[in-house]
Design a protein. Structure first.
Length: 297
């Protein structure tokens, strides 16, 4: 026959032991343990070649809906900056990989360890930063879309790909300088066409705008190679099409948009001779298109 008093004592002891075990792990720790499929971070088991992964391309992005409020981690409060303008910081970088791959970042995106991304405690999300490794001078540009690192002395957590390109996978950390790259919103950017027109008006008739007024003398036959002037390139197809229409009208020249993957090249031409292309290039370089150049194709 079971001794009821002994049974009650055993059950009480089990309950106490269970309570001690569970109280050793906070709700946050239990959530983290359940969220990830591995307890410790690591490099991918079957890594792919990330040496050719291009840097993040800075562009204007509105702040994400998630991840931009002040927050608390492990009892410590962190403030999120309103703007990244002029921000720079020097300290140690670390990296994070397989444990977090495929899980949500702080701004609600999915972490991809093969992309050029990073985590920072205070920068608005998303932000773009240039990361320079101080001992080697190696540089990468990453897009910040996550929060961290929350280890003392570390200022930025880089993706696996970014850490690989900086040569810091084996060491785990490296001394770096990070500098924010901010892009002006499109509605605040000066109209490049109007700026060019205003400059021409200020300089007088030294460089006539109508460099291709006679299509018979300046436009090459379609079957021949000819000179083009590449004015700019953008990832915004609509902006590229709008800009080429304005430029073609302004210079009374033909124009085209050459699309390669996600990049849209804005080119004026064809011109039958290099002199006509040079004349246009001179005007452009004196204006808002200092990076314009000639192509022969």
């Amino acid at each position: 026959m079971i001794d009821q008093a002994k049974l009650t004592g055993v059950l009480t002891l089990v309950a106490l032991l269970s309570g001690c075990a569970s109280s050793g792990m906070s709700k946050s720790d239990r959530y983290q343990a359940e969220r990830y499929h591995q307890s410790e971070d690591s490099a991918p088991a079957d890594p792919i070649d990330v040496s050719k992964v291009p840097d993040a391309i800075p562009k204007y992005e509105a702040k994400s809906r998630g991840g931009n409020r002040h927050y608390t981690v492990r009892g410590k409060h962190y403030k999120v900056m309103n703007s990244a303008d002029g921000f720079s910081e020097t300290g140690n970088a670390s990296w994070y990989g397989n444990k977090f791959h495929g899980h949500k970042t702080s701004n609600g995106e999915i972490y991809n360890m093969y992309a050029m991304s990073a985590a920072h405690k205070h920068l608005p999300l998303p932000s773009f930063v240039k990361v320079t490794r101080l001992d080697t001078g190696q540089q990468v540009v990453v897009r910040v879309n996550d929060r961290g690192p929350f280890h003392r002395g570390r200022i930025i957590d880089l993706s696996y790909a970014a850490a690989h390109k900086l040569g810091m996978l084996k060491t785990g950390t490296a001394a770096v300088k990070i500098e924010a790259i901010t892009v002006t919103p499109p509605w605040q950017q000066p109209d490049p066409i109007m700026a060019l027109v205003q400059q021409q008006q200020a300089e007088g008739p030294k460089l006539p705008l109508k460099v291709a007024a006679s299509s018979q003398s300046t436009v090459a036959p379609a079957s021949d190679r000819a000179w083009f002037v590449q004015v700019a390139a953008t990832q915004d197809k609509a902006r590229a099409d709008h800009l080429i229409q304005q430029l073609a009208s302004l210079f009374d020249a033909q124009g085209r948009t050459v699309s390669e993957q996600k990049l849209h090249k804005i080119q004026l031409g064809p011109f039958a001779d290099e002199q006509s292309a040079n004349k246009l290039l001179e005007i452009l370089k004196k204006g808002e298109f200092s990076s314009a150049f000639k192509v022969y194709q």
